[in-house]
Design a protein around this ligand. Sequence first.
Ligand code: NAD
Length: 461
Amino acid sequence: MSVFPMLVSVDPATGEPVGEVPRTPVEAIPGLVARARAAQVAWAGLGLEGRVSRLRPVGARLLAEADALGRLITREMGKPLREGIGEAKDCGGGWSAELDEMAHALAPEVLEDAATRTTMFHDPLGVCAAITPWNFPLEMPHWMILPALVAGNAVVFKPSEETPLIGARYAELLNEVLPPDVLIVVQGDEAQGRALVAADVDLIAFTGSRAAGRQILATAAHDLKRVILELGGKDPMIVLDDANVGLAARFAARNSFRNCGQVCVSTERIYVDRKIAEAFLTALAGETAKMTVGHGLLARTFVGPMVAPWQRDHVLAQIDAAVAAGARIVAGGAGHHGNFVVPTVLTDVTHAMDVAREETFGPVAVVIPVDGDDEAVRLANDTPYGLGAVVFGEDEARATAVARRLTAGMIGVNRGVGGAAGSPWVGARHSGYGYHKGVAGHRQFTQVRILSTPARRPPAP
Ligand code: NAD
């Protein structure tokens, strides 16, 4: 817990301050939640259509500001500028279609049989806490705050302490159209997060680490509060013996090192059929060497800095421990400086090593040769996590059959894990409870109520 009244946001590439915000005093949080609860009644009273039309203009505001938002993302957490701008454009560009999808998902439904006519309502829950990480500092808040608001809830939002400014700006744009106190921002770190979880909220929507998710669930159990937990991952990639090696290696490098590996669905473990392992390692080393490391504001940068020294230390410690236990560096592994970690490929890795089992969340990929599909599936599933997984192989039916044996929530065959429009974002096992997006995702921000009357009698002949 910090005693400093201001939360300073620091550029991880340079160590220079980007800006600061006041920390919310922990003892003020119950009162802020009470204000949100009072404001929620009138917000819910606007009705679904009223709320959607209030919120609709914000998408254009996000798009108009996409360059500035992207730059702020890069300066606060380091990702390359085009990725930061892309994140802002994704949120703004998809806004209207998402609102329509939410309005459709949350509209009342009528069910009728011979005796009963039932209307199923998707009512607001009350006050939702939204607690978010720094790796997608605009998109992660957006995924939970927008459906929560459309559903008629008030939201108390705590952005990550690493990215307070982008969180505050997102809330400012929404607050241009929202009535006072429907969306309140709490700034701070774990202490503020814990206080918000313990306060009188009806739902805790959380994206972040498994450790914090466990603590939240334990606290929520006391009052039976609802939770949505989107947690970490240790995503595997399986490269079958008939895979296009060049394609698989290119995908692996991009998906392991994008956002400096700080993506919940980064490829962290690669199980490649022994018959093509040497060729794959050579191709992956070649792709890795192309990854230019530098300040995210430079146009040529593909890999920016890690978000902070503590994250860098965690990643370097995993590499060092693996090498000390016999792992071999195939690419990278040297030239790290400041918060910059050079993309690194390791092989001769076993599942006894942390780097093969614990989330790295950095630019590190481990390559483990396997003897056939069964061993690949067994090792891919040998983890408590279950967020994403990918399978590469030219025979799509075979690759799909392998994919169906994996325990992850989102699986891509010859591509990444994201689904078609309308699909949920969903983790399995220790990667989380509940999910985001899609009809079922939006409905998690509601209380279902049914109201039944006698069925309408057909008119007398
Ligand atoms: P984190 O758990 O340290 O922090 C996330 C947020 O929770 C921050 O706002 C933090 O202040 C707050 N917090 C920390 N401890 C808390 C507690 N005990 N109670 C309440 N709030 C608490 O995670 P991070 O370092 O910000 O983010 C990285 C993690 O997020 C990785 O594990 C990554 O895989 C995961 N993530 C998952 C998804 C997904 O969709 N599953 C998406 C993005 C990130």
